[in-house]
Design a protein around this ligand. Structure first.
Ligand SMILES: [Zn+2]
Length: 361
């Protein structure tokens, strides 16, 4: 593939944003993972696909994934589907696999190309953006689907990155950020069609159901592409708003710092998405620690330095400035900070709108 053409529709793509140094793997303190690379974001104006160039050492990305806790999403399904297993393709192996009748393929080492059965239901959960051999992948799952079977895909929605400033989803793992149109174009090439397509969480996530192309559907979906289209003004706004947030952050941090002799700046939220926000908003020099109630991680590797992760706010954190780095959990984090016994804290939210929620003085 030509590096300047869209992998989905072969039209020309163009770069609309770039971050100078972005860590390839944030979970390891080892030197081999320290590597920082330029992260470039490309847009295809024809199919609205947003892509990030692949890295050669893709396996480094997924080495630290653990087993995930089983979600309740299969509960009802398993009743109907008792004898016949269904297939899940995802990053991590779910726990309690045997209890429920599920086959699992991970995306590590292209394991998804080794499916050797046919299924009535295939779930592609939280990983469609991460799949390197996307065309071989669709060829394989199309072959592995029974005549009247269904494929369910759930992941973040590409155009949301630009339109909703969903930049905490931007890192080297997410090379394909699908729009409705790019998904439609791709699946058609492999004998599939979209049966339904829904957006969730303020249009940051989508769920699509695919079926075989020749399966007749009672209710044909007629979707116009309007919601999907990314215009030049969307890109301009994207860049402008990021710059404005950076400016506001800088000036607020300066103002508040002048009121104290000593204060520290912490990020709330410790994940790869938090790293994306740190990089996008130029916070690397300012943030000295991360706070996260739910993670097992002790440290996050930013490439140039490591950030320690603390479980909760303590008395020692008084007079600090806390910046929300997990917009998805904004409401929860805001509540936990505002209800905290430690009152002398400044709290800032950045996305999708910049807001100085609480001042310490
Ligand atoms: Zn395209």
């Amino acid at each position: 593939m030509n590096p300047n053409t869209c992998e989905i529709c072969s039209k020309k793509i163009y770069k609309f944003y770039e971050i100078n140094s972005f860590p390839i793997n944030i979970y390891h303190e080892k030197k081999e993972y320290y590597k920082n690379k330029k992260l470039k974001l490309f847009l295809c104006k024809f199919c609205n696909h947003i892509s990030i160039p692949k890295i050669n050492s893709q396996n480094i990305l997924y080495r630290s994934y653990k087993k995930k806790i089983f979600l309740t999403k299969y509960k009802n399904l398993n009743k109907i589907n008792d004898k016949q297993p269904f297939l899940e393709i995802s990053k991590e192996k779910p726990m309690f696999l045997k209890k429920l009748n599920i086959d699992h393929k991970s995306i590590l080492n292209n394991e998804y190309l080794k499916i050797n059965k046919k299924y009535k239901k295939i779930f592609i959960y939280d990983c469609i953006s991460n799949i390197y051999k996307i065309k071989k992948f669709f060829k394989k799952i199309s072959q592995s689907l029974e005549k009247k079977g269904e494929i369910e895909i759930f992941h973040h929605y590409g155009p949301g990155i630009i339109k909703n400033l969903n930049i905490d989803r931007v890192y080297f793992e997410h090379i394909n950020n699908f729009s409705y149109k790019s998904l439609k174009i791709l699946v058609k090439q492999y004998g599939l069609k979209i049966k339904s397509f829904k957006l969730f969480e303020k249009k940051n996530f989508f769920k699509a159901i695919l079926v075989k192309k020749n399966l007749s559907l009672k209710n044909k979906i007629l979707i116009n592409y309007k919601f999907d289209v990314i215009k030049k003004k969307n890109i301009t706004a994207f860049i402008k708003i990021i710059n404005r947030i950076k400016f506001n952050l800088k000036s607020d941090i300066k103002k508040i710092s002048e009121n104290y002799n000593e204060n520290h700046i912490y990020g709330y939220g410790a994940s790869i998405g938090s790293v994306a926000l740190i990089k996008f908003l130029d916070l690397e020099q300012h943030i000295s620690k991360l706070i996260d109630d739910y993670t097992d991680l002790k440290v996050i590797n930013l490439g140039n330095k490591n950030l320690k992760i603390q479980k909760q706010l303590t008395r020692k954190d008084e007079n600090s400035i806390i910046i929300n780095l997990a917009p998805r959990y904004k409401v929860k984090i805001r509540q936990s900070i505002l209800k905290n016994k430690i009152k002398k804290i400044t709290y800032i939210e950045t996305l999708p709108n910049y807001s100085l929620i609480k001042k310490a003085y």
